[in-house]
Design a protein around this ligand. Structure first.
Ligand code: ZN
Length: 410
């Protein structure tokens, strides 16, 4: 995972070249006013890519506008505030790095009783495509809660794994905060745990950000929501795919994983606003196995499981558009979500259908899988590229879930 939109680099592409199976081509898409870049062998192994004149030569360049319609509705307020795009573990797990696209400043505080380290960063926003570290079995971090606490303040709570302590919060450069991580334990996997470390990653939780019609800041006391669920109904929202798995790829390169994550985060935020507890199977762009997804729901004894996907058809059939909702055992939840979407959104109706999806069959609670539209369809693709449309879709899905909760008296 590499941060983009810093140093004038809009994206970084890695491709296996077609001529040699042992050769990889790296392409940097740089801004028009960028100096040339050079590649060096590093004495520590690997390659170093640097702009001519060093990083200081590019630090002052404004980050390039994101290309494509996907972000166009946001572009008006794109450059206002720095955004945090990547949180990662580096240096052999000895540092937690928080990376932004412009200068940030943060302050840290260690709760000596719980060992939880909280970092507050004013004047910053979370990127819609924030990526976090995989918190596997041997990760020094047990849990990461990331939250936009006010319109311009982000709070990050870092809970240590057993035998881990946090040191100082430092600033290696203007755009990066680094938290020192000290591991005191012996890296010896405990017995009778899951043999596959990736099959059950602990998710990082990106708590919902406040919407634009934000009430005065004072009504968001810091830390009031994190880990203190208000309701008793627990809904698991499952944004499909993620990380190495883009899901369906449609017209103009629109990727399913990027369409459904913002919708899922919005559904989660809206439900929480109504006092419903929500757990996301992934809250940023990383991979979770199908088994991992239903395990999260089954272990948490969730009341409702809703998986969110987007569709695709091949053969250039761009006239195929529409929304459909699947169920396996219990039809009522799927019907409630479908009804709500059809009431509020102008989209082709492909109905409520029975489908043998793994996440529907293996979840022990009423479950539904929403296909919000076709990334390969001309109409749906245009709509799903539009953040305002995605927000309305999220609202309709959340309303459908609330309708079901009400009808069942949960
Ligand atoms: Zn999918």
């Amino acid at each position: 995972m590499l941060p983009v939109n810093t140093y004038g680099v809009a994206d970084i592409k890695f491709e296996q070249t077609s001529t040699s199976p042992s050769e990889v081509k790296i392409t940097l898409n740089v801004s028009p006013d960028s100096p040339n870049w050079q590649a060096y062998y590093s004495r520590l192994g690997g390659l170093v890519l640097l702009p001519k004149g060093g990083l200081s030569a590019v630090q002052d360049l404004t980050p390039p506008e994101p290309s494509g319609d996907y972000n166009s509705a946001n572009s008006a307020n794109q450059n206002q505030k720095p955004t945090i795009g990547t949180i990662s573990l580096s240096n052999n797990n000895s540092q937690l790095l928080i990376q932004a696209n412009q200068s940030i400043q943060g302050s840290g505080n260690l709760d000596r009783r719980t060992g939880v380290y909280s970092i507050r960063i004013p004047n910053v926003q979370l990127s819609e495509s924030l990526t976090g570290p995989q918190l596997g079995r041997n990760s020094p971090i047990y849990e990461l809660n990331v939250r936009q606490v006010t319109a311009d303040t982000v709070e990050i709570l870092v809970k240590p794994s057993l035998g881990v302590r946090f040191g100082k919060l430092s600033q290696p450069n203007q755009q990066v905060l680094a938290l020192e991580v000290r591991s005191l334990r012996i890296p010896n996997p405990p017995p009778n745990t899951n043999p596959n470390p990736n099959s059950n990653p602990r998710p990082i939780t990106v708590l919902p950000s406040p919407n634009t019609s934000l009430p005065p800041r004072t009504s968001y006391p810091p830390g009031s929501v994190t880990g203190t669920p208000r309701g008793r109904v627990l809904v698991v929202i499952d944004p499909g795919h993620g990380g190495k798995d883009p899901g369906a790829v449609g017209l103009r390169g629109l990727q399913e994983k990027n369409v459904i994550l913002p919708i899922s985060l919005d559904v989660s935020r809206l439900l929480q606003k109504q006092g419903v507890q929500v757990k996301l199977t992934r809250s940023a762009d990383y991979f979770v196995s199908l088994r991992g997804r239903t395990q999260i729901a089954n272990r948490a004894r969730a009341n409702i499981f809703v998986s969110i996907h987007a569709n695709a058809v091949g053969g250039g059939r761009s006239h195929v558009n529409g929304m459909e909702v699947f169920y396996y055992g219990n039809r009522a939840l799927a019907a409630a979500i479908h009804g709500s979407i059809m009431r509020s959104i102008n989209v082709v109706d492909r109905g409520v259908k029975r489908g043998r999806f793994y996440v529907l069959r293996s979840s022990r609670m009423p479950a539904a899988l929403v296909e919000v539209g076709f990334v390969t369809g001309v109409e749906d693709n245009r709509n799903l590229s539009n953040p305002a449309y995605r927000q309305r879709m999220a609202q309709a899905i959340a309303q459908g879930i609330l309708d079901y909760i009400q009808r069942k008296g949960l």
